[in-house]
Design a protein around this ligand. Structure first.
Ligand code: NDP
Length: 514
């Protein structure tokens, strides 16, 4: 969509250079109204298509994205992330998600039968029908992964989707919508509306289901609005993921993984490592390994067309640098020490802050309690695994957690962590395990994406109970027993049957298929 002379616009600026990339319309309520009306018209024929046709449409879209020379460039330009992450994480994720969801949705949407015990003459067909129009509201940190990718499951489930990307990074979503149309798919089935928060709010007020990824505060507002309308709402909100290092850990591998999960996309990832707990005996060595690796990271303006040697790019949202500086100052004032990095890169035009490691952190510091979401991470030393567990669970968030250590020890800790996801002796890649439902505990959100569960939530279940043809005479008899006029003799029979079935356990002996 291109800004018109009259509509208010949003300036999309490169976080790496400060240069203007484009202007897009702030479509507001009127834009949402238009898009949802068009989606309402498009949803029924889309949902009525044979499943294979919807799957083919998604495959054509995927191929168009893979063949597009511009998609990765646009993503790098507006997010400031290295091209390596644009392709190796976001585009890879989208392709893998489409592959899996095509198979999973076929299974998820299949009709099932249930056979009631009390009414042996009947069976119930479970039919899953699309919600209608689903609104997806995405954040700026993963402009494909938490935006267009979240449209895949609702689309395959037969819904039309309206996506509202963040005002900071709308360009890749617009590009992907264009590729959807160019792939020969119906334009109104997948639309993008650009705008600010008010546009997102207007979307929640009009659709039949919402997928939201972003901050806890906004998530709460979105969920409250959805609750007022009694529509399903899935939220993936913040994280404060702990990284636990046990004495039995492979320290070299743990350090390598920890640095990646702390600084991938300059620390702007919901499941990133936000705080590190390392047991005393191995702490000094681990901190040194971290500091050494962090100092060797290459941070500069990413080259959208192909960057050879860029590990860290820019911070997409300038406010995250303020959060980093606030957490840093708070921690230093309470006794923590900078072991690597520590300053804003003012010599560069864009938003850059050195990848920074704090050691000597304690649990009451803001850096250990609030989401930092930027290139800063802190280490706290702990006595043993039990203390690590207690501190890891001491958070209002519970999205992801990592444990490095001997497999049995790490597993027993994982089972007691209050976190929707836990990964052992590795980091972050659990987000790409699209086969497993992924969702946060506590204030990290409600509901899940991925897995078969991530498809079914975009449908309404309808139970259609029918008579099994051969049993019609028996059914007429049962109907007589239950219907008006009530007969005390029937009640006496029912009372005796109740005791026989439940008190004596006869009902337990029946083996109905469900
Ligand atoms: P928000 O939660 O405010 O934004 C997420 C999306 O919601 C954006 O598209 C935003 O639009 C939209 N939005 C804003 N207000 C409303 C509303 N009232 N109703 C509906 N939609 C709305 O995140 P921020 O960009 O403000 O980031 C702030 C913090 O959130 C970060 O510091 C970080 O801690 C956390 N965060 C977590 C993410 C995660 O992956 N879990 C992702 C991003 C941020 P617009 O951007 O145009 O205002």
């Amino acid at each position: 969509m291109v800004a018109t002379a009259t509509a208010p616009t949003i300036r999309v600026v490169s976080p790496a250079t400060g240069g203007l990339l484009a202007e897009v319309p702030d479509e507001g309520e009127a834009g949402v109204e238009r898009a949802v009306a068009a989606a309402r018209g498009a949803a029924p024929p889309w949902g009525a298509r044979p499943y294979g046709e919807r799957a083919e449409a998604l495959k054509r879209w995927r191929d168009a994205i893979l063949d597009d020379p511009e998609a990765a460039c646009t993503l790098v330009e507006e997010s400031g992330k290295p091209r390596h992450e644009a392709i190796g994480i976001e585009i890879l994720y989208l392709c893998e998600l489409i592959r899996f969801t095509i198979r999973a949705a076929r299974r998820a949407l299949r009709e099932e039968s249930r056979h009631p015990l009390l009414f042996l003459t009947k069976k119930t067909r479970l039919v899953r029908r699309p919600l209608g129009v689903v609104g997806v509201i995405g954040p700026w940190n993963f402009p494909i992964l938490n935006n267009a990718a979240d449209c895949v499951a609702p689309l395959l489930a037969g819904n039309a989707v309206v996506l509202k990307p963040s005002e900071l990074t709308p360009l890749i979503s617009l590009r992907l919508a264009e590729l959807w149309r160019r792939a020969g798919n119906p334009a109104d089935v997948f639309q993008v509306v650009t705008g600010r928060g008010a546009t997102g709010a207007a979307l929640v007020d009009r659709v039949d289901g919402v997928m939201f990824t972003g901050s806890v505060d906004t998530g709460r507002k979105v969920a409250a609005r959805a609750a007022a309308r009694l529509i399903p709402c899935v939220t993936e909100l913040g994280g404060k993921s702990p990284f636990v290092v046990l004495a039995s850990a492979d320290l070299d591998r743990a350090a390598e993984a920890c640095v990646w999960s702390s600084f991938m996309h300059s620390g702007q990832a919901c499941i990133r490592t936000e705080r590190i707990y390392v047991v005393e005996g191995v702490a000094e060595r681990f901190e040194n390994l971290l500091a050494e690796r962090i100092r060797s990271l290459r941070q500069h303006v990413p080259n959208p067309g192909g960057d050879e040697a860029c590990d860290l790019g820019a911070v997409t949202f300038p406010r995250q640098i303020e959060v980093v500086e606030r957490h840093l100052a708070d921690a230093q004032s309470k006794g923590a020490r900078v072991a690597a990095g520590g300053r804003r890169r003012t010599e560069l035009e864009g938003n850059f802050f050195e990848p920074t490691l704090l050691v000597g952190a304690t649990q009451e510091m803001a850096v250990m309690r609030e989401e930092t979401f930027g290139p800063l991470v802190a280490v706290m030393r702990v006595r043993d695994a039990e203390e690590a567990l207690r501190l890891a669970n001491d958070s209002h968030l519970g999205l992801n957690a990592t444990v490095f250590g001997a497999p049995d020890e790490a597993m027993s800790l994982a089972r007691r962590l209050d976190s929707g996801q836990v990964i052992l002796n590795d980091v972050l890649v659990n987000y790409l395990v699209v086969e497993a439902p992924l969702g946060g505990w506590k204030q990290s959100g409600l509901g899940v994406r991925h897995g078969i569960e991530g498809v079914r939530q975009w449908t309404r279940i309808q139970a259609i109970t029918v008579r099994r043809p051969l049993l019609a005479p028996v059914e007429r008899l049962i109907a007589k027993l239950l219907a008006f006029p009530y007969d005390p003799r029937v009640l006496a029979v029912v009372s005796r049957a109740l005791r026989l079935l439940y008190r004596r356990g006869l009902a337990e002996k029946f083996r109905a298929p469900h």
